[in-house]
Design a protein around this ligand. Sequence first.
Ligand SMILES: [Zn+2]
Length: 274
Amino acid sequence: MKRILTLVLLGVLAVVLLGYGVVSLLGSGSPTIDSGEIRDNYGETVEVTYFTENNITSPAEDVTEIIEDYEYAYAGFTPAYANMDVADWRMILVNRDFILPDGYMPELENAVEGGYSEQKLDYRVAPYYNAMYQAALDDGVELVPISGYRSVERQTRNFENKIQKYIDDGYGEIEATQMAATIILPPGTSEHNAGLAMDICSLYESFENTEEFEWLSENAADYGFILRYPKDKQDITKIIYEPWHWRYVGVEAAKEMKASGECLEEYLGVVTAS
Ligand SMILES: [Zn+2]
């Protein structure tokens, strides 16, 4: 009897192992979901679900691979399509030169668990924001999520309102469009449309003088977030200094960028001439 039981158990084990092997084989080369821990600033660990990618290449040499001219409705802009098939999705480059594919819609999840806020991020990013939010809260700092994912339609309204404001001020259409784009990115070229970035706490430059900004400057990289539009990189990003806009790039890249002081375009080696 004992022997039969042992044989049955061994049989079950063999089936499980075989199944695992097949799943592993099928899964190679595509993202896998894991759960694990990330360490906060005080050496404590935070449970998160995170994603690992197989076959990650060196920093996104392929972010600009798909170059296809895009017929853009706005004067003075000739973006190419952003490559959404980069080996490491965290390196997806969306800016005024690289636009999201038509109809791109990230899968979304609340940035902060517990129904506190309706602000959402790409479901692969949200757990990291939540972990960062909770760690900051433990330090007495609240990283209020004020604008995460934004639809292209909403981006269009915001952008066109801004252009109209400059036209009303007497600027020509091209100039008005270019000026608007330093403040609000044209639809489809914002990281908010991709669900990869969060505006935190405020939309005023004075945010840089707050303890929330100080906390982010010290700790955000530990959760994979970078200050996306630094003050000294405006000639490269072509975006005004935005102390409130934090983009997820993964912990390793965020730490490297924090250490080197590079902005994302520099890190990826795709600085375009102004
Ligand atoms: Zn933003």
